[in-house]
Design a protein. Structure first.
Length: 1234
């Protein structure tokens, strides 16, 4: 047997009775309590050698830590065995089973997840009949949505949410206010508010909480409070010689009833409590006289009463203890209450020793430990002290811009930490580091991007995650939640494609990645947007039209597949379906790939079946069976994947719990689908019950009360104003929030004490981080209030006033927005550093480099021309030089940046998209073949436009069609002015070109060419149309090099192609249908052609040679650009020469005036109306090719752009002679840039 003397010393004794009573060991460092625990375990072994020794641990994380810490304390040869480590509630439940033959804690019907169903049942009855007369409840349970379709879901969710909230409140009262519940059971409905106070609280008690509880208690029987009270009485009355010693380790809070059970147990056995106490002084009551303890309790109760539901601060010498320590102080006061049963109160000797802190963290910790007003003073006016403080990494506050930057900064700080040693010369390992955040969920998606994959041992900073929701632990959970979210949504094309991309869904449908991509492409081409069918659309209060729904899209795809073998499919723009509906078949669906349509149809049918459930109500057992069927129909997992098998088992468990949960409450309510979805989402959002806390490597976790166990390095992220301390809302229903007692818990007090425990548990470094500056506006943001209070204490210890903004604080580090900022590498601030070697290389010379062009333009790479050259390739360069050089020539693809996502809305803009080229297609495909005899515009839009999903529905579509038809009418008017077409329009031809240009040949086709005969001469007419916006035509001056160079090449090649035949020379004319009555630029080409056909043979030969040289020059520039891109961007280059060409917009007459930089910038960077500049056109080829070049005034880049634009303009302007030295000037310009 063992006994304890008043100093807490243990000794072995022989004899009769076992020592009984309460022994309290306190220490400000949790690990210091291991020594007394080991000693007491050694001398209080049970008489039965096989019986385990019982330890109560504060929480599961403490339980894991304690096992490991004891093993390490015993050393390599030590053994930790036969210890039964339990949580407080588990121990009380087991004790009640032994003493009373019944459970005290695990009473299923009083657990929140079961109790809420009994409350839910009562809320569905006549509330007046059960005495619930609070008018707020009746009003809350009325539908708020005027839409009758949503009214049922709204009322059902409100009823469930209210039941759940009330269950939470009652579950709290069972532990903290059993006396209230007892009074209500006995008819005292005003037991809490009867003495006056807030009338709203009185109404809540007397009209809601009390009468509702009476019915629940009568229905459900004894609750935890009843059983615990009986257990305490039994322990106090019983005298059977007690039991083996009980050890309570690491507890900083217990509910009053739980502490009462432990005190009652101490009447008959030795109970040792090992309490982490941040302060070595008697700040909470232990060691004080009875009168002092009562005086302190009275003052505390008065503070609680005056504060009401708000925050309040206790009077303490240390301001941080005053602000953060309320919960811990209440627990210490509770231990002091009735201290006659305390055999000994022992403070660890290490706390009694006077230590000299050596760094900032130790100074703050020691001030709390000693109850000192401030940490040891620091004189920041001494250079040596400032240098030492800057180098002090023990406690730093990091202000960053984003959560991602918080993690990037943390990574560098942790790498620095593991390269150092602790105060004992031991290395700091990843397992010695914990990273916490009030909202860890916000960081979970970002952590792998910075730290790599969780659990990967090959990383320098291996880590694992704790407190992560179930949904984050496997992709199957997120996929299932996405499926649950579909009913009630619009079911958009992106959502369906996202479902197809889920491996488990694709596996069930028999699709591989290629099939999913093909289906996605078909859906995009079909122009589906949202809704399953017209009836589905009508659910959302919009017209029940078929266009842009999945049913309409499937009809188009199936029609295209069935008609794939018909030769006339391209000429049959519409197909009539039963019921008089017409659709446009979707071409390109044929062969084995068509089987994918069956998979898509299966998916859409499953979605339809699920969406049909959205307005249904069923019993939980029926919902469990139905959702299990839906799950199996939608998902197929890889049976060889153990994680997938586990995830499937968990999901099916969640679904089946729908039935078991209500069954334990002995109710079987009709539940609306919205409630069922909320229940399953709740489980997916919760952390797994058995999630491990300490698994090796860095621990990333949430901030959970009583989890502050010691680590060498502690980091806390997300200490932002308004996010910490966290808030809880009870909708004004919780009486405890207003009528508080000592020992109560609330979220804000828990968080404050947790911050205190966190600060005291850091042994080497404490890294605190918050979002200190807006990423968009650069404005400063405030830290969380506890962090602000810590900063204020640090300021005060350094003698800095709160309004002193000029003196730098060495403990605050304000980080740059970007991780590659030069300040991380220039050594100007030793607190700013980076382990990112790729960024360090950028600053190797100590100078921030300009953003360079993507390609090296200082060296010329000759590209050898081999074989024929495709005309389209050369023209592609002049249309979009960056895309051609980077994309086609260098195989650099930016397709992933193209905004080609499927639409989630049908088109509503009263204009057709530029990429659709609708007016031009209408002109060439519909209006021109019927001109001049056909009617324009027709009564309705052509089928390909009306039925193909291009045309917006309703009035916007009519407006877009009318504008396009008006533009076509103007094109026809311009066409009527052309003498060549006065007798009609023949069928167009595409002329095949194979034209030698120097040593190579240009091959391709010239489209929209019309061959006519007039007065014995053959005429070749090239027709180009330029419709604008709103039914207008473009002016010729708005055609830039992108339009002009390809047109010129088509015309010149056609001219050369027709010049070699015998007989009378045909004309080759270019007709540009623009807003100008007499287009000057194309007019100059036609004037040249007129002179050419009338010229003598020798002069013709010279003119053809000139034309050859112009094409050769264009080809030569294209060839040079493939190896050495020049400063040429078509729209910007055209704008650059506008001040230097004649007012006739390009008909010669150029001079040598310099370009206007403002004009160039308005096109390159941004247009005058705030539109996108050519530099930033999607997907970004121009930006990539140009780098940081902005064509500023006086720059070499602008000068080169201008010179080349002039040379290019001269080359395609037949009104200007081609200077023989133009190429030399261009070469000289290039040499000058090199």
């Amino acid at each position: 047997m063992a006994s304890v003397d008043k100093r807490g010393q243990l000794r072995e004794v022989d004899g009769a009775a076992q020592t009984t009573g309460l022994v309290i060991y306190r220490a400000s460092r949790l690990e210091m309590l291991l020594g007394p625990l080991r000693e007491l375990l050694a001398v209080t072994r049970p008489a039965n050698m096989l019986a385990p020794q019982t330890i109560i641990a504060a929480h599961p994380g403490m339980k894991q830590w304690l096992n490991g810490a004891l093993a390490r304390a015993y050393g390599p040869g030590g053994i930790v065995a036969n210890l039964d480590i339990q949580l407080p509630s588990t121990w009380i439940g087991n004790l009640a089973e032994r003493q009373l033959g019944q459970q005290a804690v695990s009473l299923p019907r009083y657990q929140r997840e079961h109790l809420r169903w009994n409350i839910h049942e009562l809320l569905g009855r006549d509330l007046d009949a059960i005495g619930v007369t609070d008018v707020r409840i009746a009003s809350y349970l009325q539908p708020a949505d005027a839409d009758a379709r949503h009214a049922g879901a709204d009322v059902a969710r409100r009823r469930f949410q209210l039941a759940d909230r009330l269950a939470r409140i009652y579950s709290q009262y069972v532990v903290y206010r059993p006396d209230w519940l007892n009074a209500w059971e006995h008819g005292r409905l005003d037991a809490v508010t009867g003495q006056g106070g807030d009338p709203r609280m009185a109404s809540t008690e007397q009209r809601l909480l009390a009468p509702l509880w009476r019915h629940l208690r009568a229905q459900l029987g004894p609750h935890r409070g009843d059983v615990v009270a009986t257990l305490i009485d039994r322990l106090l009355d019983r005298n059977d010689g007690g039991g083996d010693a009980l050890h309570v380790f690491g507890v900083s809070h217990l509910a009053p009833s739980e502490l009462a059970v432990i005190r009652a147990a101490a009447r008959h056995r030795l109970v040792a409590m090992y309490v982490p106490d941040p302060c070595r002084e008697y700040w909470g009551g232990l060691g004080n006289t009875v009168a002092e303890i009562q005086q302190r309790r009275d003052a505390e109760l008065a503070g609680l009463e005056s504060a009401g539901a708000g925050d309040y601060w206790i009077e303490q010498d240390n301001p941080l203890l005053a602000s953060w320590g309320r919960m811990g102080q209440h627990f210490i006061m509770a231990l002091a209450d009735g201290s006659d049963d305390v055999l000994a109160d022992v403070r660890h000797r290490a706390d009694e020793e006077v230590s000299s802190p050596v760094n900032r963290l130790q100074r703050v910790q020691e001030s709390i430990r000693a109850l000192a007003p401030l940490p040891e003073a620091v004189e920041l006016r001494q250079p040596a002290v400032i240098e030492c403080e800057i180098a002090d990494a023990s406690l730093r506050v990091h202000a960053s811009h984003t959560r991602l930057r918080e993690l990037e900064i943390l990574r560098d700080q942790l790498l620095d930490a593991i390269e150092s040693t602790d105060q004992h010369g031991e290395p700091i390992r990843p397992a010695d580091i914990v990273v916490m955040a009030p909202d860890i969920r916000s960081y979970v998606p970002l952590i792998p991007a910075v730290f790599g994959v969780a659990g990967h041992g090959g990383e320098r900073l291996p880590y694992h995650l704790a407190d992560v929701s179930v949904a984050r632990s496997h992709s199957l959970f997120g996929a299932f939640q996405r499926l649950l979210d579909l009913p009630g949504t619009r079911v958009t094309a992106p959502e369906v494609v996202d479902l197809l991309a889920i491996p488990e869904v694709a596996g069930r449908l028999g699709l591989d990645a290629g099939a999913v991509d093909e289906l996605s492409g078909w859906l995009q081409t079909s122009r589906v947007a949202w809704a399953l069918d017209p009836a589905f659309r009508s659910r959302f209060g919009v017209p029940a039209i078929a266009e842009h729904t999945f049913g309409w899209s499937m009809d188009r795809m199936m029609a295209g597949y069935l008609m794939a073998d018909r030769a006339d499919i391209e000429h049959q723009p519409s197909v009539a379906l039963p019921g008089g509906v017409a659709i446009a078949p979707l071409t390109g669906i044929h062969g084995p790939a068509a089987a994918h349509l069956g998979a898509l149809d299966h998916l859409l049918r499953e979605i339809q079946a699920l969406c049909d459930l959205a307005e249904e109500s069923r019993p939980p057992s029926a919902w469990a069976a139905e959702l299990e069927r839906r799950f199996e129909a939608m998902f197929r997992i890889d049976l060889m994947d153990a994680d997938a098998r586990d995830a499937r088992a968990v999901l099916l468990g969640f679904i089946r719990t729908l039935a078991t949960e209500t069954a334990k409450a002995e109710v079987d309510p009709e539940l609306h689908f919205s409630v069922v979805r909320d229940l399953l989402v709740e489980r997916l959002a919760a952390a797994p019950e058995r999630q491990r806390f300490l698994m090796g490597g860095i621990t990333f976790c949430g901030m959970v009360p009583q989890r502050a166990i010691p680590f060498k390095v502690v980091a806390v992220l997300g200490l932002n104003d308004g996010e910490f301390p966290r808030n809880s809302s009870d909708a004004g229903l919780d009486l405890m929030a207003r009528y508080r007692r000592l020992g109560d818990r609330d979220v804000r007090s828990d968080d404050r004490y947790l911050f205190l425990e966190t600060l005291m548990s850091a042994r080497e470094r404490l890294h605190l981080s918050y979002l200190g500056e807006g990423v968009m506006d650069g404005k400063p943001r405030n830290p969380a209030q506890p962090l602000s209070e810590l900063l204020a204490v640090l300021d005060a210890s350094a003698g800095l006033a709160a309004d002193d903004t000029d003196t730098p604080r060495p403990w605050i580090i304000r980080h740059p927005l970007q991780p590659f900022d030069a300040r991380y590498y220039d050594g100007s601030d030793p607190r700013l550093f980076s382990y990112q070697q790729e960024f360090a290389a950028m600053h190797a010379q100590g100078v921030q480099p300009d953003v360079a062009p993507f390609l090296d333009r200082d060296g010329t790479r000759e590209v050898v021309l081999e074989g024929p050259i495709a005309l389209r390739e050369v023209q592609a360069y002049y249309r979009d030089p960056a895309a051609q050089v980077l994309g086609r020539r260098m195989q650099i693809s930016l397709d992933a940046l193209v905004d080609d996502r499927l639409p989630s809305e049908e088109p509503v803009d009263p204009r057709f998209g530029a990429l659709d080229s609708v007016p031009r297609k209408l002109f060439f495909n519909d209006a021109l073949p019927a001109w001049p005899d056909g009617q324009w515009p027709p009564e309705r839009a052509p089928d390909w436009l009306r039925l193909g999903g291009i045309m917006p529905p309703g009035r916007p579509g009519v407006q877009a069609w009318e504008d396009s038809a008006a533009a076509v009418a103007k094109l026809l008017e311009r066409l009527a002015d052309l003498p060549a077409f006065e007798h009609g329009v023949p069928a167009p031809v595409s002329v095949v070109i194979d034209q030698p240009i120097g040593d190579v040949a240009l091959v391709g086709q010239v489209a929209h060419v019309y061959r006519l005969s007039h007065e014995g001469r053959e005429h070749w007419q090239m027709l180009r149309a330029f419709p604008g916006q709103g039914g207008a035509l473009k002016a010729e001056k708005d055609l830039d090099f992108k339009d002009r160079v390809p047109m010129f090449m088509d015309w010149a090649l056609l001219r050369l192609h027709t010049a070699g035949g015998g007989g009378r020379m045909p004309t080759v004319r270019l007709a540009t249908l623009v807003d100008d009555e007499i287009p000057s630029w194309s007019g100059a080409l036609n004037a040249w052609d007129e002179a050419f056909v009338e010229a003598a043979p020798e002069e013709r030969s010279q003119l053809l040679s000139d034309l050859q040289r112009r094409l050769s020059r264009l080809l030569h520039w294209w060839q040079q650009a493939q190896g050495r891109p020049r400063w040429y961007f078509p729209k910007t280059a055209w704008k650059a020469i506008q001040p230097t060409v004649s007012p006739r917009s390009g008909a010669g007459g150029q001079d040598d005036r310099e370009p206007a930089p403002a004009n160039v910038e308005s096109i390159w960077v941004a247009t005058h109306d705030g539109g996108t500049g050519e530099r930033d056109y999607a997907p970004g080829y121009s930006r990539l090719l140009a780098g940081g070049v902005d064509f500023a005034g006086g720059s070499n880049e602008l000068a080169e752009l201008h010179r080349f634009a002039l040379a290019l303009h001269e080359c395609i302007d037949m009104a200007s002679p081609l200077r023989r030295n133009a190429t030399a000037d261009e070469s000289a310009c290039m040499e000058k840039q090199q």
